[in-house]
Ligand binder design. Sequence first.
Ligand code: XMP
Length: 310
Amino acid sequence: MDCQAFIDQQVGEIKEAVGGGVAINALSGGVDSSVVTVLGYRALGENLRTFFIDDALMREGEPERVVQRFADVGIHVGLVDARAEFLGALKGLTDPEQKRQAVTDTFYSVVFARLVGETGARFLLHGTILTDIEETVAGIKRQHNILAQVGIDTEEAYGYGVLEPLKTLRKDGVREVARALGLPAEVSERIPFPGPGLATRIVGEVNEERLDTVRKATTIVEEELADSGAFQYMAVLLNDYATGIRDGEREFGQIIVLRCIDSVDARTATAVRLPWEKLEAICERITRIPGVNRCLYDLTPKPPATIEYV
Ligand code: XMP
C-alpha cells in the first residue's frame, strides 16, 4: 500500500465532506481511533473535536494516559465521564448481543448525540475497519461501530453523518498508516482493544464489581505478556464458580480465562504456545485477586472460537 497516497486521499475526503463545519470523534487510544484522530486533525485542525469517552469499560489508568499522550503532540482531547450512563444501560443484561446493543445505543444515541448538540458538529469520524464490517455483515457478531452497513441511516437515526476513513483497511494496514503518520510504536503496535471494552470480556452481567475483577486481571496479563510479541492477549471473567481453598477454608470462587493469540488480521487466530513458567506466574498472580480461585488458559483457535468472549 502507498501510505502517503492513502493519507492524502483520506485527509482530502474528510475536508471535502465536512467543509468549514465541525466534526467530532471518539478516541480510545487504540491504533484505529488514533489514526482517525490524526487524519481528522490534519484535515480540520481545531474544527475536529476529539473526546475520550470514559464508559467504565476501560483498562486501568487509560483515560488519563490517552488524554496526556495526545496533549503531548498538541491535540486536545476532552474527557467525558459517561460511566453512570453505560453502567445503567448494562444493568441486568446477560445476553451477549443485548449487551453489545446497549453499549452501541449508549455511544450513539446518548453520548455522541449530546456531543453533537454541544459542539454543533454534523459529522462523526469513525475508526471502523474492514474486518469489523465483514464480520457484522456475515452475521458473526454485531460490532459496536457498524451502522450504515446494517442499514442504519445515521443522519435519520442519530442526527449526524458518519465518516469512516479506515473502512478499506485491515489491522495490518492501519498499523502501516499509523507508522507513516509518525505515531509512536506504543500506539502503532498497540494490541487491539475492542470498542465495547471490558464488556466483551465479562460473560454474564457487567457491573462495577465484576469490571473491577476483570480490570485487575487485565493489568496482570498485559504486564506479563507485554514482551510476548503476540497479536492480542486478555483476561476474561466467566459467569461460573468453582470450588477452591483459601486460607484453609472452602471457597466458591470466580474463574478467569487467559487468552493469548497470534493472528495477522483478526480473521483467524491461534493460541500462542506460552512457556509453562509464564503461565504459572500469571496464574499465581491472578488467583491472588480477591474472589478468584482459578485461572484457565484457552487453547481454542478462531474459528471455531472468536477472539473475544462476548
Ligand atoms: P472477535 O472476537 O470478533 O474479534 O474474533 C476480532 C477482533 O476485533 C476486536 N473486536 C472489536 N473491535 N469493536 C471493536 O472495535 C467491537 O465490537 C469488537 N469486537 C471484537 C477483537 O478484540 C479482535 O481484535
